[in-house]
Design a protein around this ligand. Structure first.
Ligand code: SAH
Length: 232
């Protein structure tokens, strides 16, 4: 019966390979490490069970609590921009499903580590379960808290990635980044942002604009204030 093959590991692997191939053809995926990571991490394990069949559509999907797992092309763009390598210490703000953290862990392991901060406790638990099931728990620490303040405990970081929209670069992130380090962060208003690639060289910040993007808002001390949310 055909239905037996729907959702099998083999079917998902084939869909994953097809998606990665098209991201390579579009020129979005370029480096060997990021391609390998996107071929390795099973996105179907990071979406709510009812969306498993949609895991390889190149689109964000709801993970509940008004939040989303980013589209694969956005994960690819951000991971390429981060220029992460084996052994790096990486801080992620906005764990969500844990998928982006797993992609980075796949590149930095086994010597490197990812610290990822999530403000919604239920999502931190969801991500932790996803990371455990897929074998990334040893390389990723999920922390519940306000990531707009960074995470001083494991600083300084080689790389910092913010996967929520910020009004500006939160100050603590700049001080927790090591000299020569790099931050990838969507900066703008609550509805549309520009992905910024920031390097800390000689104590100063060098900022480069990447693509326009749409992320859910960063909340917390250095994020958007909830009482100011309104449409238009
Ligand atoms: N990287 C995620 C997608 C992130 S969606 C993935 O791969 O699935 C953005 C996430 O940022 C949401 O889960 C939201 O709850 C979280 N968030 C928003 N503001 C935050 C803050 N100040 N600190 C930590 N997490 C925050």
């Amino acid at each position: 019966m055909m239905i037996e093959f729907v959702g099998s590991d083999e079917v998902f692997r084939a869909r994953r390979e097809k998606l990665v191939k098209s991201l390579v053809e579009e020129g979005i995926l370029k480096s060997e490490e990021v391609i390998r990571a996107m071929l390795s991490v099973p996105r179907e394990e990071f979406v709510p069970p009812r969306y498993r069949e949609l895991a390889y559509l190149d689109t964000p999907l709801s993970i509940g609590y008004g939040q989303t797992i980013s589209a694969p092309h956005m994960v690819a763009i951000m991971t390429e921009a981060l220029k992460v390598s084996r052994g790096n210490k990486v801080l992620e703000i906005g764990t969500g499903s844990g998928y982006q953290a797993a992609i980075i862990a796949e590149i930095v392991k086994p010597e490197g580590h990812v610290w990822t901060i999530e403000i919604v406790p239920e999502l931190a638990k969801f991500a932790e379960e996803n990371l455990r099931r897929t074998g990334y728990s040893d390389y990723v620490s999920v922390i519940i808290g306000d990531g707009s303040r960074g995470y001083e405990e494991a600083a300084p970081y080689d790389r910092i990635i913010v996967t929520a929209a910020a009004p500006e670069v939160p100050k603590p992130l700049i001080s927790q980044l090591r000299e020569g380090g790099r931050i990838v962060i969507p900066i703008g208003d609550m509805y549309v942002q520009i992905l910024k690639i920031i390097e800390k060289r000689g104590g100063t910040l060098h900022v480069e604009d990447s693509v326009p993007c749409v992320f859910v808002p960063l909340v917390g001390e250095y994020g958007f204030k909830k009482d100011l949310w309104h449409d238009g």
